[in-house]
Write a protein that binds this ligand. Structure first.
Ligand SMILES: [Zn+2]
Length: 95
């Protein structure tokens, strides 16, 4: 069981996040998200945990894209759910 990420800080970090893109070159590391310590986030004081295995890369294609994604965003999904299908092939950003 991995230690839980802070849900509040994760949503904040993921909002508007754009990772790896063709223009920027190599894949960028995911943003730092604090983990709960004894059930409390050291950054915001929140208590809601997010299982890091529920965070996936999601590739975003532009309107004129022919193949490669323009960038990746980070999304929270329940593993095994219909919407998470296909996401796992990009690897897990957090463990
Ligand atoms: Zn937090």
């Amino acid at each position: 069981m991995p230690s839980m990420l802070c849900y509040v800080c994760a949503e904040r970090a993921f909002f508007g996040y754009q990772g790896w893109s063709e223009e920027s070159g190599p894949r960028t590391p995911p943003p730092a998200v604090p983990r709960l310590v004894d059930g409390t986030c050291p950054t915001c004081g929140g208590h809601v945990g997010l299982d890091p295995r529920h965070v996936f890369w999601h590739n975003v294609h532009g309107p004129f894209s022919t193949g490669l994604p323009e960038y990746f965003e980070l999304v929270i999904k329940v593993p095994g759910s219909e919407e998470s299908r296909g996401s796992r092939k990009w690897g897990l950003p957090y463990r």
